[in-house]
Design a protein around this ligand. Structure first.
Ligand SMILES: Cc1cc2nc3c(=O)[nH]c(=O)nc-3n(C[C@H](O)[C@H](O)[C@H](O)COP(=O)(O)O)c2cc1C
Length: 220
């Protein structure tokens, strides 16, 4: 199994999403040492923001100019990594109620016409169709506040998981069966609710590893 490990917390050593992701990979590698992991650190090596040449190049059906080719290089590289991966692991802290800007910039690089989605108005009101398929997404989140889940008191302020879910089709992920989310809450309260939330999150990891392998059809 090939895992693309994408991290976006601007904290390094103290980050809970990085710790959770590392623990997940350790659990996975312990059970399946043949697993290959490729790291993408969006903080230490940030993706560029989209530029006019990027958009012009992405929609250019002819030959790309040198500037367009250069602007699309990071996108080409990120998409090749996505194509390679079976599992996409994303560590995503909640910043200002949404995903970190670096992670949004990565999604902007990988959502690309005729590479990760096609667009055809003959499909009616759903012209976008994903090109990649069969990928599993494991999303690790952490937030200072709490109750962001469906029906929770802060549901309307949660622009993190709903946004990742909305973009998951570009990754080739079927949300019904291939989306796994583990979230830590209450980080800013630093109380027993935070400790309980952390404990639950770390305890959920072996179950996800098992599920991934069952989904992939590999003998466990
Ligand atoms: C710049 C910044 C913005 C944040 N914004 C929010 C927020 O909008 N809502 C929230 O619940 N927590 C917020 N937090 C708290 C983080 O989500 C929390 O510290 C989380 O553990 C960060 O993930 P990490 O530990 O992997 O770095 C913010 C933290 C930082 C540093």
């Amino acid at each position: 199994m090939k895992v693309l490990n994408i991290q976006s917390s601007a904290s390094l050593e103290r980050s809970l999403t990085r710790k959770l992701s590392t623990a997940f990979l350790e659990t996975l590698l312990e059970a399946h040492p043949e697993t290959i992991v490729e790291e993408v650190d969006l903080i230490q090596d940030p993706p560029p923001l989209m530029q006019p040449e990027w958009i012009a190049g992405a929609f250019n059906k002819g030959e790309l100019s040198e500037a367009q080719r250069k602007a699309l290089e990071p996108s080409d590289r990120y998409i090749a990594q996505l194509e390679w991966a079976d599992v996409i692991l994303i560590g995503a802290p909640m910043y200002n109620y949404g995903m970190p800007a670096a992670l949004k910039a990565w999604f902007d690089q990988i959502a690309r016409i005729n590479k990760t989605f096609s667009f055809d108005l003959s499909r009616g009101d759903e012209p976008i169709a994903p090109i990649l398929k069969g990928k599993q997404l494991v999303l690790m989140t952490s937030s200072g506040e709490f109750d962001f889940q469906e029906g929770g008191s802060r549901e309307a302020r949660n622009h993190l998981t709903p946004h990742v879910r909305a973009c998951a089709h570009y990754l080739g992920v079927d949300l019904e069966v291939d989306f796994h989310h583990v979230g830590i809450e209450y980080q800013e309260f630093k109380d027993e609710r935070h400790e309980a939330s952390k404990k639950r999150a770390f305890e959920a990891l072996p179950g996800i590893v098992k599920h991934l392998y069952e989904q992939s059809g590999v003998q466990v």
